[in-house]
Design a protein around this ligand. Structure first.
Ligand SMILES: Cc1cc2nc3c(=O)[nH]c(=O)nc-3n(C[C@H](O)[C@H](O)[C@H](O)COP(=O)(O)OP(=O)(O)OC[C@H]3O[C@@H](n4cnc5c(N)ncnc54)[C@H](O)[C@@H]3O)c2cc1C
Length: 460
């Protein structure tokens, strides 16, 4: 291949163009998962739609793969690539809130911390991720599970419209009224259909929440798990939490003897009337002896950044996912066995509750098809030393192998890794055929394939 004319690209975009010879190239090629060691030919900090179109032209002319990066959190590292062009939206983080219509329009590089900061000023929020540094873009396009999901649905359920540049450079708006097939596919189908340059969301009155974390000794996990599944099934939708397994984090509210020890947790928030918060959480405090707890009124953005310091960029990571109709005795005993052996402080195993408003959207109303399951488990292996890769990856795989018999065939694409591509059709029961059709319409050559890939090929 001829040398790339990076100067020509520089001349056709306003955003910064970073090539291997540039001093910030090492930082620019890195994504959240430190295990991903890819070397793109060029990283473009795209500004406008015009920049995106120039990038796509340049990539097409030079036969380059294109990776799209919002927050860069994808566990498989889809926000970078070897030898291709990365469209990186790190410099586009603007969020404009319209309090009169309770909507917000956000740029594609905003994180949930950026988004929540902007909307909280108006006492508003929408469903986002549980960590502040995760990108709005990738999380929403894959579905979007968080503390507000039971009450307000997935992030993608709150998407009103999206501006998209498709593979051939066409600029479109997708909404219920315009390009409705594309809008349908964007809500759960991931980054398969084009480059989203702007997202418009519905917002809801969420201001202070009553939340935090309860940490139990792992020895109490059976009692806690059995209690939690009944409790959350009956809890009002304002109660948005997950059950999880961790090593005890070094936080002030957990006595030192529990730091690094296997623990079971319930984390989240009550978003109903503040004066009811203490009473709403009390049954969980009474369910089993507690190792430590931190509960109280918090601004919603504070809840969403509470654990960011425990999730720094650059850790090694390997993830797996499933969907559970119920937290059955079998699934719980697998969780107790494998969750109780969680191998690092940064690893997380969460069972997110996705009932309530998530289930009020029909399975064919958006690409996100699993609307009848109650839990989305993630086995998120994360650790610091590459020397520990084999042991940590083995923990994730063994755990998933044991859990999967209690699961639906598919899982949540945003919790999956690069070796889960063979599950792609299973993640969209009833919807995959239609997703492939939309792909054929907007990206017939599979130009955007660095993702959990929906191909344009007819489904056998
Ligand atoms: C610490 C951590 C916490 C997490 N917590 C949650 C959680 O609470 N809830 C949840 O649902 N998920 C969570 N996730 C998973 C998260 O949803 C995915 O990692 C998601 O892909 C992150 O989006 P991003 O923009 O940061 O990622 P990126 O790596 O930038 O992108 C991910 C994918 O989205 C595509 N994409 C990104 N931007 C665009 C765009 N503008 N146009 C088109 N395609 C685009 C990319 O091509 C890629 O395939 C978490 C991940 C991490 C690492």
């Amino acid at each position: 291949m001829n040398a790339l004319d990076v100067d020509a690209l520089r001349g056709s975009v306003r955003g910064r163009v970073i090539a291997p010879a540039d001093e910030d190239y090492e930082a620019a090629r890195a994504v959240f998962n430190g295990m991903i060691d890819k070397r793109p030919a060029v990283v473009v900090r795209a500004g406008s739609v015009a920049d995106v179109r120039s990038c796509l032209d340049f990539a097409r002319t030079n036969a380059l793969d294109v990776a799209i990066r919002g927050g860069g959190h994808s566990a498989p590292g889809f926000g970078t690539c070897d030898g291709g062009l990365v469209i990186d939206f790190a410099d586009r983080k603007g969020v404009r809130v319209d309090p009169a219509t309770a909507t917000a329009r956000t740029d594609p590089g905003a994180t949930w911390a950026d988004f929540n900061h902007a909307t909280h000023a108006f006492g508003l929020a929408t469903t986002g991720g549980i960590i502040g540094s995760t990108g709005v873009a990738g999380l929403t396009l894959g579905g979007g599970i968080g503390y507000l999901a039971r009450k307000y649905g997935l992030s993608c359920d709150n998407l009103r419209s999206a501006d998209v540049v498709t593979a051939d450079g066409t600029f479109l708006t997708a909404s219920a009224e315009e390009n409705a097939d594309l809008f349908w596919a964007l809500r759960g189908g991931g980054g398969n259909f084009g480059v989203v340059t702007s997202f418009e969301f519905n917002l809801h009155p969420v201001d202070m929440v009553y939340g935090g974390a309860i940490i139990y000794p792992a020895a109490q996990a059976q009692t806690v798990g059995e209690f939690y599944r009944g409790f959350i099934a009956a809890a009002p939708e304002e109660f948005g939490t997950f059950l999880g397994f961790h090593q005890g984090p070094p936080v002030p509210f957990l006595p030192e003897e529990w730091h690094g020890q296997p623990v079971c947790v319930v984390v989240g928030a009550w978003t109903g009337p503040m004066e009811e918060g203490e009473k709403r959480w009390q049954p969980l405090l009474d369910a089993a002896p507690v190792a430590g707890s931190f509960l109280g009124p918090l601004p919603y953005p504070a809840l969403n950044t509470l654990f960011d310091a425990l999730q720094p960029k650059g850790m090694q990571a390997y993830w797996k996912a499933d969907f559970l109709s119920e937290l059955s005795d079998g699934a719980l005993s697998v969780a107790i066995e494998h969750g109780g052996r969680i191998p690092s402080l940064e690893s997380a195993n969460h069972f997110y509750s996705i009932d309530g408003a998530v289930q009020r959207v029909g399975p064919d109303e958006s690409a996100f098809a699993y609307r009848n399951v109650n839990f989305a488990p993630v086995i998120a292996g994360q650790w610091n030393d590459p020397a520990d890769n084999e042991a940590n990856i083995a923990w994730v795989r063994d755990y998933w192998t044991a859990l999967h018999p209690f699961s639906e065939p598919g899982g949540y694409i945003n919790f999956m890794d690069a070796d889960d591509q063979h599950r792609i059709a299973q993640n969209y029961p009833g919807n995959y055929q239609r997703l492939a059709e939309v792909k054929r319409t907007y990206d017939p050559e599979n130009f955007f394939h660095l993702n959990q890939n929906i191909t344009p090929n007819p489904v056998p």
